[in-house]
Write a protein that binds this ligand. Sequence first.
Ligand code: FAD
Ligand code: NAD
Length: 465
Amino acid sequence: MKEIVCKLLVIGAGPGGYVCAIRAGQLGIDTVIVEESKPGGTCLNVGCIPSKALIHAAEEFAVVRRMAAGRSPIGIRVADAAIDLAKTIGWKDGIVGRLTSGVSTLLHKANVKIVHGRAVFRDGKTVEVETETGAQIIRADTVVIATGSEPVDLASLPFGGRVISSTEALSLKDLPEKLVVVGGGYIGLELGTAFAKMGSEVTVVEALPQILPQYDADLVRPVLRKLGELGIRVLTSAKAKGLSGDGNALFVEAADSQEQQLPADRILVTVGRKPKTTGSGLEELDLDRSGPYLRIDERCRTSMRGIYAIGDVTGEPMLAHRAMAQGEMVAEIVAGRKRAWDKRCIPAVCFTDPEIVTAGLSPGEARAQGYEIRVGQFPFSANGRAMTMHSDEGFVRVVARADSNLVLGLQAVGAGVSELSATFAHAMEMGARLEDIAGTIHAHPTRSEAIQEAALKALGHALHT
Ligand code: FAD
Ligand code: NAD
């Protein structure tokens, strides 16, 4: 059996693992990365990137459809609108291909050795990989587990046939006429909205009383309104019970405890993701857990010396940029640098229509933590740029300590607000006070002016409302 001995072994080449390996390679650490599927992980292959490509295509199509129907508010007319889903999917696959081959190139450039196959632990420092050319043993001083996550299924609705996860939804050959989405969280609403814009009749079934339960009602309201405009039916406090006998419909227990039957060509189950901790011998290592996730400390160390864990396998928030930040930090720790997790916030974006972006604490969270706060909220309906783009729904909100004006959180809902996430995170990381934001010149006309206005409003002297 072939054997490789290295300083650092990274298992999984998703955003966590590949960033860790690249940084380690740059720092001169002799690094091997093992990937059983394609480099780029969930994010590049079946997650962030393909979903955003589909969301963009669907929005472009929806705009053209409105024009073709003579409903363009800005006076543009076109004769006809059609979408060729196979071509759209081909375009999306092209982007995925470019990015995943880019990851391989970056790994090679950083002198990281890539081994293709599934890594199975033999002991804490040794894995065996079944490669195309035979079994390979890899021994390392340090191991980073970056095995990611996979979709959760429901006992009453196992994946297969009409019941699909986000992975299949991102590569459908035909547009489902009737799509039922079970789970009104990130994936269900991002993809449900995209399919509705492409022409599917969409129903969302959410178990809790509110869709996107991680966000406060003010942020969710514009999204809910748009779902209604798109004809998406939303059933909250509803439970999916299982398929009808012929498999053509989903039985649902609605909020009033009445059973409803929802006809469906496809049922997209998006009720969360679970850490990938089986199939790689991890069970044998008996690492400490935090619920189903691997327990880590502020340096991403697990309970076993020399074994680190990063990304989705370590729990919420399961976001690509968190995984990447952990990966970069762990590489530097392995290189001997003094690092620990010291981030003030992990911004989050939900790519619904309109988009939601959050960084730090919401007003409710700040109060729950005992802060006395000032809140400033500025609507896009008073922002010139938003009006010129014919999308003036939503607002920017800033939350600050009442005693010092230190910014505790920033949130926004509106078209394109994902791009405000960096400004929000900068303000948080640099310990901005309301006066810092209010005193910064924000270019005109841009949506970002709403951030300055929200800060001014919290200080009691907004200019444009
Ligand atoms: P993963 O990306 O899951 O990568 C883990 C890798 O490890 C995989 O390639 C897997 O094949 C490999 N692996 C597992 N076990 C082994 C083994 N034993 N041997 C070898 N290889 C192994 N996040 C955002 O921040 N923004 C978004 O817009 C966003 N959109 C999303 C949309 C969808 C539809 C989905 C499903 C997810 C989305 N996410 C988004 C979440 C994001 O994809 C994850 O947070 C991110 O991919 C986690 O990175 P990771 O490196 O921890 O794991
Ligand atoms: P989620 O946690 O965002 O949403 C799951 C939803 O399903 C929740 O609203 C929950 O109440 C509901 N639910 C749970 N069980 C149910 C049941 N039996 N019937 C009906 N509803 C039920 O999970 P997700 O949408 O699957 O996404 C998984 C993870 O992927 C997210 O937590 C997020 O970290 C990541 N993600 C991020 C983005 C982004 O950053 N834009 C996009 C997609 C996914």
